[in-house]
Design a protein around this ligand. Structure first.
Ligand SMILES: Nc1ncnc2c1ncn2[C@@H]1O[C@H](COP(=O)(O)OP(=O)(O)OP(=O)(O)O)[C@@H](O)[C@H]1O
Ligand SMILES: [Mg+2]
Length: 265
């Protein structure tokens, strides 16, 4: 459903934010994209969603190349970005009507979905208010509703838990589960490892633009030779990776990652 091959991106030709990654997200899975700050998660997601163009490699979403066939690719996914700043002067309901029209959702269906999703996320009473009066979490909820209006085959979210209250975070996890149960796919980045551990079918860990590990939790345990929580595996991996990336005073700056548990995927 999401297929990345040899994808790279650098900023200003200097910072190698994403470094030749391959990633394959299958239909019907919740896939967690993990990594420390600055690892390359948002850059990858921006390439998958067509906001940034990769320097090298190809990306397919739902069988459509995001660079060659962006409209078809974009029709097939819904996106919740990490920064929920959108159209401040629109009322929430106006924003949702607008999104519904862009995705050509039948107006009757659109009204039903807006009302169900808003009720579920506790946003019904605020739908008539302008977005500029919304808190961060309320904007986040509004974008979540907008991203689901056309029931996308692929739902992509960048740090969706940030700013959500516990009830909304619970509902969001349930919505992700229901989305895949209906035969769709969810791909999201997160720092909340407990959430990833609970709901993801598979995860990938990225650091310094490279995928360190990718697989189910059981795969990760087998390959790191640890019977541990995702949190402790993550911390160990990232610690090892950054130890490798700090050059000794007399050494050149080149990084030589070492993977004691074997071949990286
Ligand atoms: N617009 C930009 N211009 C220059 N460098 C950038 C830009 N956006 C990101 N970077 C750099 O690219 C690298 C990857 O950043 P990215 O935002 O993809 O990380 P992230 O994994 O999403 O981090 P976080 O967990 O903090 O959201 C970082 O070194 C960052 O400084
Ligand atoms: Mg990010």
């Amino acid at each position: 459903m999401i297929e990345l091959q040899h994808v790279s991106k650098s900023y200003n030709g200097k910072i190698q934010a994403v470094d030749h990654i391959d990633l394959s997200v299958e239909r019907g899975e919740i896939f967690g994209f993990l990594g420390p700050n600055g690892a390359g998660k948002t850059t990858t997601i921006k390439m998958i969603t067509g906001i940034l163009e990769p320097d090298t490699g190809t990306i397919q979403v739902n069988g459509h190349d995001i660079v060659q066939d962006p409209i078809r690719a974009k029709r097939s996914f819904g996106f919740v970005p990490d920064d929920p700043n959108i159209f401040p002067r629109l009322k929430a309901i106006e924003y949702l009507r607008f999104i519904g029209e862009i995705y050509e959702v039948d107006p009757v269906v659109r009204r039903q979905r807006i009302s169900q999703l808003a009720e579920r996320l506790g946003l019904s009473a605020a739908l008539g208010d302008r977005i500029q009066s919304f808190s961060h979490g309320m904007r986040q909820k509004l974008i979540i509703i907008g991203a689901l209006l056309h029931q996308p085959a692929v739902w992509i979210l960048d740090e969706p838990m940030t700013g959500l209250d516990p009830k909304a975070a619970f509902e969001l996890k349930e919505m992700m589960r229901e989305h895949v149960a209906a035969g769709n796919t969810v791909f999201f980045s997160t720092h909340v490892l407990d959430v990833a551990e609970k709901i993801c079918d598979r995860v990938a860990i990225i650091d310094h633009g490279k995928i360190l590990l990718c697989g189910t939790l059981a795969d990760l345990r087998a390959r790191t030779a640890e019977d541990a929580s995702l949190e402790s595996m993550f911390l160990r991996l990232v610690e090892q990776e950054s130890e490798q990336s700090i050059p000794a005073a007399s050494e050149p700056a080149a990084r030589k990652p070492r993977f004691p548990w074997g071949k990286r995927k």
